[in-house]
Write a protein of this length. Structure first.
Lengths: 292, 450
């Protein structure tokens, strides 16, 4: 047996398992999206008589396009906020003192909590009657109404809660990158009279920007999976203000039993994520080449 | 000595072996094992689920008695209403065996029964070996059982609640102090709330944010409906002038007289806010309003109740029944029926009434019993009679919209539409037009010919 054949044989079991747990469900998803599968009508399961109907419907479905726009807003806002919060706190924690070591562990708590617990925490924070935040605002004479039932603030309330949950990830990545920055150029910049901001902007930031980019990509892809907070806090409302695309797919499949249509939405989401990943990969490769 | 012990052990092992062979055989034959000191269903475990309401929550504490009596262990859970419905809908659609007993939710009755996802119960009910005569199926309110039947009359659920909407005022003293009675019409309601709102720091009005349930009495009161002529004509009518007028009025009540964040109140929040005296008046389910008279309520001595107010076109309080059913894929149907029988005995229901003030029960013998009547009199008002008077209205047939198989679609659209109006995101006319268009699209997608 040749060396290559032996490698292929060794890889085969892993590839079979991979195919079973990822590719097979994906193929089933795409096949389902080509049917009008409705769970109350079992005959629709393998009805491929009008395979593109679901996709045609989606093109004319304003709720779908609206949900994509909500998703874009949510993703961009959460990624920007998480990067800003993560980097800011990482800069504050970038020193080896006992208090900072303790604080670093404390800041990780939101990320390790189960998403449903985060949802309950923020549900309480946004409950006008009992929330410490609302009570504080009342106390200082600036009472504000519910943020999650107001269409102007509901999405931003989700953005805040989502960012709180996931900024520790960007913080950890940024902190790890900051600790890899060599001391010599920083010291040289200071000797040359650079301010703190100039040192950060022209010396430290170029060292960590690739890490921040990778962290941003991870968070961007993950933001498309935002679901538990929306489920617990707003149920996609008020109206459809916080109904992101996966929530819309969930509603079609789980509330209405329209699995064919829900699968078509999910398939488009998968394609969207592939395109996004590809574009980001191209962009980062170009950035790497420029940097090199 | 040792030999004797060894013989005993072998004998015991042989008996145990024979027993272990016999038990599955007995179950396979569909009959309970003979009782010889041993519990009839020893070793059986049931998975039971129901949405979180007063009755299923109270029942949980008595389940150890059921296990003691029958040997059946019960995994029991009571998630929130929407979570339960989605979980049950999915489980039933697979015809799987994940659950042995499930709640048959009112708005899903047509869909679940029509699709053949539930087990007909007539063989269990009518067979004297399975059900003693004194369990008395005829004792259940006909109006509560009817939604659990298919077109041929077969029964698929044993109703545990007739969910009836009444009106309650926890702080009726504030009405009385201003010379106001319980409102009988929409106009009277609006005028009364203008007067009592924020009196003594109490919000005038609260309502459960399941608008697909709480908005409909207003929609129908103004002369509108969800569908043109359900169940035969399912053309949605959500953009009618009556629907728009109802949505405007409904949103006004919430925004003008509700507490902060009123649009976010779930049924349990409304109940607790009323019991704490933070919300005065609410159209709310009888089973929840009955808790105003139970320990822990701060408003027992100031509360009052009535039927829900009528609109220009009449009075249309929400009426729904939920029941215990057996999924068609359940593996232990005999044991499932044992659970349902036990959970719905006259004795059990009466216990829950006497000990916990359970309202909206479905057994006629209980609703007419002195214990129930006494418990349902809260601050001098006979809510039990209001319950029966309200149920009598169901003969008008106005609840038919709710049991059509595509009501869940309309329900979701109504929830969104009213949410848009209440939050000020859209005017009523615009929002209801959108609900109409979306419902039409959803119904067509579900294969409804319009």
């Amino acid at each position: 047996m040749s060396r290559h054949a032996a490698f292929r044989l060794g890889l085969a079991p892993a590839l079979v398992v991979l195919a079973l747990i990822t590719i097979a469900p994906a193929i089933y998803l795409v096949l389902t999206s080509l049917t009008p599968l409705n769970l109350t009508l079992p005959d629709t399961a393998w009805d491929f008589s009008a395979p593109l109907d679901n996709y045609r419907d989606l093109l004319d479905d304003p709720r779908f396009s609206r949900s994509v726009w909500v998703q874009v807003q949510l993703s961009v806002a959460t990624v920007v906020l998480q990067l800003a919060m993560g980097l800011g706190i990482a800069l504050l924690l970038n020193a080896d003192t006992p208090i900072r070591r303790f604080a670093r562990s404390g800041f990780l708590i939101p990320m390790v909590l189960p998403p449903i617990v985060v949802g309950i925490v923020w549900r309480i924070m946004y409950a006008v009657d009992i929330s410490p935040f609302h009570r504080l605002m009342d106390w200082v004479g600036l009472p504000i109404g519910s943020l999650i039932t107001n269409p102007d603030t509901a999405l931003w309330a989700i953005v805040l809660a989502e960012s709180w949950e996931w900024f520790p990830f960007t913080m950890l990545m940024a902190l790890a990158a900051l600790q890899m920055v060599p001391a010599a150029p920083i010291e040289a910049a200071r000797i040359d009279g650079a301010s703190e901001w100039q040192t950060f902007r022209y010396v430290v930031f170029p060292f960590i920007q690739q890490t921040l980019l990778v962290a941003g990509i991870f968070r961007l892809i993950d933001s498309i999976k935002a679901f538990p907070l929306i489920f617990v806090l707003t149920d996609g409302g008020p109206g459809d203000v916080t109904e992101v695309t996966n929530y819309y797919a969930y509603r079609q499949a789980f509330t209405f039993s329209l699995w064919g249509y829900g699968s078509a939405i999910a398939t488009l989401m998968v394609i969207g994520i592939f395109v996004l990943s590809w574009a980001i990969d191209r962009l980062t490769r170009a950035a790497d080449t420029d940097a090199g | 000595m040792k030999a004797s012990q060894a013989r005993t052990t072998r004998r015991k092992m042989l008996k145990a072996g024979a027993g272990s062979l016999l038990v599955p055989l007995t179950f396979a034959s569909g009959k309970a094992p003979a009782q010889g000191g041993k519990k009839p269903f020893e070793g059986v475990t049931l998975n039971v689920s129901c949405w979180s309401s007063t009755y299923p929550t109270l029942l949980a504490q008595y389940i150890p008695e059921f296990t003691e009596k029958t040997g059946i262990k019960v995994n029991y859970d009571t998630p929130g209403f929407p979570v339960y419905n989605q979980r049950a809908d999915l489980e039933l659609s697979t015809k799987g065996s994940g659950f042995d007993v499930l709640n048959v939710t009112f708005i899903y009755t047509s869909r679940w029964i029509g699709a053949g996802w539930l087990t007909p119960l007539d063989d269990f009910i009518k067979n004297p070996e399975r059900t003693p005569a004194d369990w008395d199926f005829a004792d259940f309110l006909a109006g509560a059982v009817d939604p659990m039947r298919d077109k041929k009359g077969a029964v698929y659920g044993i109703p545990w609640i007739s969910d009836v909407m009444l009106a309650g005022a926890g702080r009726f003293d504030l009405f009385k102090a201003n010379g106001l009675a319980m409102p009988d019409t929409f106009d009277e309601l609006d005028r009364a709330l203008q007067v009592v709102n924020k009196k003594d720091n109490v919000a005038g009005y609260g309502v459960e944010n399941h608008w697909g349930w709480t908005f409909i009495p207003f929609l129908q009161g103004f002369g509108g409906n969800v569908f043109r002529n359900p169940p035969d004509d399912l053309m949605p009518t959500l953009a009618s002038p009556e629907a728009v007028e109802a949505a405007e009025f409904f949103a006004k009540l919430i925004n003008s007289y509700g507490p902060p964040a009123a649009a976010g109140y779930t049924y349990d929040q409304v109940t607790e806010a009323m019991r704490a005296g933070r919300i005065n008046y609410a159209p709310h389910n009888h089973v929840f309003l009955a808790l105003l008279g139970e320990p822990g309520s701060k408003v027992t001595a100031t509360s009052n109740f009535s039927m829900v107010p009528k609109g220009p076109k009449g009075r249309f309080p929400g009426i729904a029944s939920h029941g215990w059913g057996i999924p068609v894929g359940a593996k232990n149907k005999e044991a499932s029926w044992e659970f349902i029988k036990w959970a719905m005995t006259k004795e059990m229901i009466l216990r829950l009434v006497e000990k916990h003030g359970l309202g909206s029960v479905t057994r006629k013998s209980i609703t007419s019993s002195p214990a129930y009547k006494q418990k349902m009199v809260i601050n001098g008002v006979d809510t039990g009679q209001l319950f029966l008077d309200t149920i009598a209205l169901s003969s008008q047939g106005y609840m038919k919209y709710r049991t059509v198989h595509v009501y869940p679609q309309a329900n979701a659209q109504i929830n969104q539409a009213i949410s848009r109006v209440v939050s000020g995101q859209m005017k009523a006319k615009e929002s209801m037009a959108m609900a109409q268009a979306n419902t039409l699209a959803d119904l067509k997608r579900a294969g409804v010919k319009l």
